[in-house]
Design a protein. Structure first.
Length: 280
């Protein structure tokens, strides 16, 4: 099945600092570029991708848009802007291209679990919506209540939940996470990514069965028409290869019909991010 990978990264650790890249991630502390990814796309029949921000830096967004312009398989970019900047509307206008699909910030790294509810942040989110861009929610269970409030109070804005809000597989207690995700899914203006799951489980011992309970919650809450596949490469490499992540996603959705699987593996991403894949 021709696939859209709705979530991957590039980075260059020889040029930039990545505060989230802790010592346990040393095995992926090297540059990753389009050349590194392309063989994996060919091996898994991935025809298009969405390149997602890694740093709170406007220059990275500009660089990613240049990469997208030079690489046809990059159909969209999830960039970064300072949502609290009074000039955020002007900044969005300056960087806007047809490949800019969404904006994201590492909300789960903010000290305040209600950071999304700050008035200056809310003004920035409104500017993103006014620019006809999606906002990617990078949150965990702690920040989900604020995300639920924002999504409900901004019905004309569009949101994508990254990594299913990082289910706490290691603790084994998914109850609080599941309740919040189900509540978030009640708002029709948010969709979610089946991405980043292998790195939330035990890196050495996870199996598809480890991840299935969270995927089942997502399928029940959002339905296939509001779920999209993402590899989270190269972060995933600490726990699995690109090909393993792709195969696991297929296993986790094996009970779906062919048309439902098409939603998860291509159509939801195309529709949500307004992508134009090179071929499908």
């Amino acid at each position: 099945m021709a696939t859209i990978d709705a979530h991957h990264h590039f980075w260059d650790t020889t040029r930039y600092q990545y505060p989230w890249m802790t010592a346990e991630l040393d095995r992926i502390r090297r540059p990753f570029s389009p050349t590194d990814l392309q063989p994996h796309l060919a091996a898994t029949d991935v025809v298009g991708t969405v390149l997602v921000q890694t740093r709170a830096d406007l220059d990275e967004t500009r660089e990613f848009l240049r990469i997208a312009a030079d690489n046809a398989f990059v159909c969209g970019v999830v960039g970064w802007v300072d949502l609290t900047d009074p000039a955020v509307t002007d900044v969005l206008g300056e960087i806007r291209t047809d490949k800019l699909a969404a904006i994201r910030h590492q909300v789960h790294d903010e000290a305040d679990p209600e950071w999304l509810l700050r008035p200056d942040v809310r003004r920035g989110l409104a500017a993103v919506a006014d620019a006809a861009l999606v906002y990617d929610l990078l949150v965990r269970t702690r920040e989900l209540p604020a995300a639920i409030t924002v999504v409900r109070e901004m019905p004309n804005a569009r949101f994508v939940l990254d990594h299913l809000a990082k289910p706490p597989f290691v603790s084994g207690d998914l109850h609080a996470w599941a309740a919040e995700v189900r509540e978030l899914a009640r708002s029709e203006n948010v969709v979610a990514k089946l991405s980043g799951l292998v790195t939330e489980a035990d890196w050495k011992s996870w199996t598809p069965q480890t991840l299935q309970p969270a995927v089942d919650v997502a399928l029940e809450a959002f339905g296939p028409q509001r779920l999209m596949f993402g590899s989270d490469w190269p972060v995933c490499l600490v726990a699995a290869s690109y090909e393993q992540v792709h195969q696991t996603a297929q296993q986790l959705t094996a009970a779906l019909s062919e048309s439902e699987r098409m939603e998860v593996f291509s159509q939801t991403a195309i529709r949500s991010y307004a992508l134009t894949p090179p071929s499908l």
